[in-house]
Write a protein that binds this ligand. Sequence first.
Ligand code: URP
Ligand code: ZN
Ligand code: ZN
Ligand code: ZN
Length: 479
Amino acid sequence: MSFDLVIRGGTIVTASDVTKADLGIRDGIIVTIADHISGGDAVIDAGGLLVLPGGIDAHCHLDQPQAPGLASKGAKMADGFRSGSISAAYGGTTTIVPFCVQHRGTSLTAAVADYHGRAEGQSVIDYAFHLIVSDPTPAVLGQELPALIRRGHTSIKVYMTYDAMVLSDRQILDVFETARREKAVMLIHAENHEIIGWLAERLEQNGHTRPLGHAHSRPLPLEREATHRAMTLAEIAGVPLVIVHVSGGDPLDEIRRARARGHVVIAETCPQYLMLTEDDLDMPDMLGAKAMCSPPPRDTQAQAALWRGIEDGTIDIFNSDHAPYRFDGEGKLKAGPSPTFRAVANGIPGLETRLPILFSEGVVKGRIDLQRFVALTSTNNARLYGLHPRKGTIAVGSDADLALWDPERRMTITNDLLHHNVDYTPFEGLEVQGWPQTVISRGEIIVDKNELKAMPGRGRYLTQETSSAWKTREIKAWI
Ligand code: URP
Ligand code: ZN
Ligand code: ZN
Ligand code: ZN
């Protein structure tokens, strides 16, 4: 057999195994896994390295147009598919799944066409899109959404908050009903909109307009309530539900209880909820805006609860929620130099730092093993979002998407090191152990020893199959 590339002497990690073996790659696909493979047009010596399935970041926002008329004055995302995918690749990620958003009064189909245009010719790695439905009109529910799901957009997000996106419970049920009919998996942003509005108004009236007010307007109980309500709606309509960006123990306990009742609920958390607290919002001037995301970072108790959820299997997926608003200019402070917290765009960057943070804090510190690291950062996302076994594993027949990982390399995260277009990282100064040395997408080296080797536009759009969440067990509906 001939190979375009052989990776020799590495330790291969999948969600289930750790084995020493060589990999033979041809036409972008893994074709042989064996104790020793000779030959190969090109050979990489992976001695001392871990050979991981490339990361899949299934929650990131790139070039996402903001709805008009928001308090944050249409803050612009600094990363599109080009810089976002490059930054992801440098961090060991080989597939991204950002969000294609439908704004009110517009067609979902048109939003998808527009978003394909934004991606075209830009990405260095493969990508799929989740859809965000903010206007579930009869045409969207009856025609557009079913057609798009059949075309391979099998994951759909809805919001329970944000003025421009929030759906009523009834509208959420409508979307869930279509998702059930077409076997899509639903993602939900679970925070209680009414409580946020009520608290934010009081905070502002009392002069608490600084970034910390953001955290105080979105305390954990309102996430707990929304998580419970979202799972109830999913139970009534009979759909699998992903609770994205879980920030603490209370919503996790709700998820455990729903699962114990037999419901298919998947939980995601993100690096910021493990590494930041609301103290990071309580900084001089407007610096706290750098840690403003929704839900907000909480406290050390919430961090410990999330680690327990990661260890005990309650949390299935670990994604960045990269939301690339710069601190200067067009981003966080678009509404003015010191706006009220309600006018600061929500979200923080993290595509490039996601794998190093979980490896260092999780694997190196002995909280999780290598297999679980791979499951959380790659395999579970691939299964959940209909990309497995093409993506998310190391197996004969899978795409050769790999991160050759140096488990010993120590780095101090600074924004200078990163390749996104955001002018800060909330993880500035964090010391980590473990960093990708060489990153491979469909058999091509795209990053090697901190050098980009790939041309923008080589990344391909991936159509998604039906989520594994539909296959785990029969999902009953109350209708
Ligand atoms: O604050 C956040 N998370 N911004 C990004 C959009 C979202 O809600 O996921
Ligand atoms: Zn969200
Ligand atoms: Zn507080
Ligand atoms: Zn998000």
